[in-house]
Design a binder for this molecule. Sequence first.
Ligand SMILES: CC(C)(COP(=O)(O)OP(=O)(O)OC[C@H]1O[C@@H](n2cnc3c(N)ncnc32)[C@H](O)[C@@H]1OP(=O)(O)O)[C@@H](O)C(=O)NCCC(=O)NCCS
Length: 158
Amino acid sequence: MEIKRIDQADRAYVDEFILQQWYTMEMVVHGERIDLGSADGRIACEEGEIVGLITYRVSGDEMEILSLDSLKENRGIGSRLLGEAVEEARRAGCARVMLITTNDNLRALRFYQKRGFDMVRIYRNAVDESRKIKPEIPLIGDHGIPIKHEIEMEMKIG
Ligand SMILES: CC(C)(COP(=O)(O)OP(=O)(O)OC[C@H]1O[C@@H](n2cnc3c(N)ncnc32)[C@H](O)[C@@H]1OP(=O)(O)O)[C@@H](O)C(=O)NCCC(=O)NCCS
């Protein structure tokens, strides 16, 4: 598996991957519309195919992970991509790496906690607000759990 930074030449291919995973290029988090199509990140490739993607943005001394997707789970792809993003944050002089996930995403809550991230805030019913902007956000998420709350996780670095 090869990990590389997204460059202009990869953009169309990356956009296609995002659309396959999320059906849209636009995420709504804490009431903000975020265009994943212009986000920085890293791709994991195997035999010329994208098998994983992490996107993030750096603002001040903070990196926010916007998305992390692995097409071949339980083979270390997610961990490698996350590790590369954290390294990038260190190089950029960030004090913390943070992300928002939702209450139904038990796999992500497990994955990030086991990799040094901690839950620092819960935004109760924040997904109701996001649904006003993006009504297609489903009511029921992973494991049949109602999607309601945003959970902020962080890793302090530096
Ligand atoms: C969360 C997600 C990115 C994890 O990706 P992944 O590629 O499965 O991650 P990894 O393979 O690195 O780790 C997953 C598990 O596989 C295990 N694993 C890694 N390599 C392994 C190997 N070679 N053999 C067996 N198990 C392995 C890891 O130990 C880990 O288990 P743990 O969490 O109990 O420690 C993936 O499940 C996903 O795409 N989810 C949907 C999108 C999403 O929710 N993203 C996160 C919100 S931003």
